[in-house]
Design a protein around this ligand. Structure first.
Ligand SMILES: C[S@@+](CC[C@H](N)C(=O)[O-])C[C@H]1O[C@@H](n2cnc3c(N)ncnc32)[C@H](O)[C@@H]1O
Length: 281
């Protein structure tokens, strides 16, 4: 798929899937070349040279261990701090999804979690309504629920387990602290505040259900906000609705650099965006 054609969430997901597969293939080929070069080099070395190489490998391993420990300390500090904002993945919209789209939602949440972990948790991840609907809803979400189940004990969550709950986020958080992120809001997100809770509608609907997350936010009486896309970049209207993982990538990048334009440009497929305003916050 050409980057120019990337637009709907499913196009974007397909585009990034292919990009990742190509990258994995190139990496594997490179690794094979490096491995055979190393074997050749090792065969031509003296015993002293081999010993020096072993010592260097031990030194590097110790260095890596120190780096990993420092990274772990940063992750734990962020997750333990009351100041760290929360990002909620609200799964209560599963009734509007096919099983395939529910699988895609699960994959996007895993990517989003991984992105948060790699940036040392600028947000605490919380996954709510894992049964795929609000507690008092009568919708049949049995099929979707089976897919969502995997999030309860996903191996990749083991080290820093997020809260994963059947309850709706409104049972967990003070509503005055909640901002529901939705492209349909009249309000625009200008900054990320500490201790606040940012809710993302965790669903894939190919833009079929406009206003769905906005209506849910209104029903629960919480503030809403859209990303400041039009203030910082130029992009087609349909592309203003982001996938779950792109949302998290933009928020995480913004938290790091406090620059919306840079965050949006980095995350959204490049040829779809172009500069609009002078670089600003
Ligand atoms: C694929 S979108 C769902 C689109 C859906 N039609 C709706 O009603 O919002 C998944 C979630 O990403 C978030 N989102 C996507 N684009 C956004 C934007 N431009 N600003 C704020 N939130 C956005 C919202 O939380 C939304 O529920």
């Amino acid at each position: 798929m050409d980057e120019q054609e990337v637009c709907t969430p499913s196009d974007q997901a397909e585009f990034w899937k292919k990009k990742r597969a190509d990258k994995r293939k190139r990496k594997k080929e490179r690794n094979e070349v490096v491995k055979s070069q190393r074997q050749e080099e090792w065969a031509g070395m003296t015993e002293e040279e081999r010993q020096a190489r072993r010592e260097e490998a031990l030194r590097l391993r110790a260095l890596r261990k120190d780096e990993e420990e420092a990274e772990e300390a940063k992750c734990r500090a962020a997750l333990d701090s009351v100041k760290t904002p929360t990002v909620v993945f609200d799964l209560s919209f599963a009734w509007c999804m096919t099983v395939a789209d529910t699988k895609s939602t699960v994959a996007q949440i895993k990517y989003a979690y991984s992105s948060l972990k790699h940036s040392q948790f600028p947000f605490k991840p919380v996954i709510t309504s894992v049964k795929g609907k609000e507690e008092d809803s009568t919708e049949d979400t049995e099929e979707q629920e089976k897919v969502l189940e995997v999030l309860r004990d996903f191996e990749g969550f083991k080290r820093y387990p997020p809260v994963v709950t059947e309850e709706h986020w409104s049972k967990h958080f003070d509503k005055s602290k909640v901002v529901f992120l939705t492209a349909d809001s009249d309000d625009t997100l200008t900054e990320i505040e500490p201790e606040m809770v940012y809710v993302i509608g965790a669903f894939v609907d190919h833009n079929r259900h406009k206003n769905l997350s906005f209506q849910a936010a209104s029903r629960h009486g919480v503030r809403t906000a859209k990303l400041p896309i039009q203030e910082h970049i130029t992009i087609g209207d349909r592309c203003k609705v982001l996938t779950i993982n792109h949302m998290v990538d933009v928020l995480a990048k913004y938290q790091k650099e406090k620059d919306w334009r840079s965050a949006l440009e980095t995350v959204l497929p490049s040829r779809r965006t172009k500069e609009k305003r002078p670089r600003g916050k």
